[in-house]
Ligand binder design. Sequence first.
Ligand code: SAH
Length: 389
Amino acid sequence: MKTATLNRGKETKYLNEYPLVSEDDIYAHDHLHEGDLFQLLNDKDQYIATAYVGRQHKGIGWVLSYSRDEIVNTQFFERLFDIAKKEREYFYNVEGTNAFRVFNGEGDGVGGLTIDNYNGHYLVQWYSKGIYKFRYNILSALKAIFGYTSIFEKLRFKDANVEGGFVDGDAPEFPIVIEENFTFYNVHLNDGPMTGIFLDQREVRKKLKDQYAQDKNLLNLFSYTGAFSVVAAENAEMTTSVDLANRSRALTESNFGLNSIDPASQYIYVMDTFNFYNYARRHDFFYDTIVIDPPSFARNKKKTFSVLKDYDKLIVGALDILGPEGTLLLCTNNSTFSLKAFKNVVTETLTKEEVDFEIIDVMGLPKDFKTHAHYKPSKYLKAIFVKIQ
Ligand code: SAH
């Protein structure tokens, strides 16, 4: 097997099970191609771990095992999938929810690979050329361990010249309908990078519905298919969804329809968030709860938006149209934006605006998005509920 030798002093990090092998920590290595297995050695050539080459983030690959004799074959993946499946027993059996993540990358032992179950239709996502090289073993293991109706795949790495799509089983007609905490959503598994619902926000949606929606006038910014609006509308007085993309209107309407809510009874705007702020101010619109769940980066005409630089502007704009005793739900899924840094932006912005506020809830990923104890970026989701006096 190929080898890569660590710089002196870097051994402890990997003995402590840091899963992403960083290029900067490597002193010398054999010629490494995507998908190659290699042994990670300390500066005395002693074995530390077995990893595969799959370039992602700042890493050249992910650790797969701490056993020198490990053979990475179909059985290896079957073993991990079996453990992952057992850990999701709750989700397989719970009533009212049939969509969840069954394998979450490094959290379940293989960085660069995720598998979601959408009511029996499984979606495999490959995050590097390297992990895609194990496609045959991984799909064989998936077929052996998970009972499925169909399997689809998405290739999430640059220069993927193979298209994702249907893999096996009985292909459904899309959209399929999934259920989450007794609310229904449309899902597409073969239409661009997104599926219609972000499963990682399941608990946040539930909290919003149960605690911050009852009889409220709710505004959902960056609403996409309207998931936050739909779940809230079951309790809210009124919801307003705002998204720049034309497609969002029909997708949101049909999600309302699935839940027996007349789409015509709710407001949907196809508009840039900042333009909507101006529009709402001009019309004296006020909201009790405002949900802000933006993408990490976005470009609209000549303007760019980055959560790392511009989150404060989103908060300031929302304050202008927030009613008395209002609540903000502020989210980011950017793994480079730490919870601490995000909280700082929230606190500093609100302090500067001279409002009395209290952070009342901070949420992260649900259990099925199992994270890695020694790899902080795997806890990428942050959702902060703030009460404004
Ligand atoms: N909050 C959503 C997911 C958001 S995905 C949910 O819970 O499902 C990001 C969305 O932001 C996309 O639908 C995109 O069209 C929209 N978007 C990007 N830039 C925008 C802008 N400037 N104003 C409004 N929406 C924008």
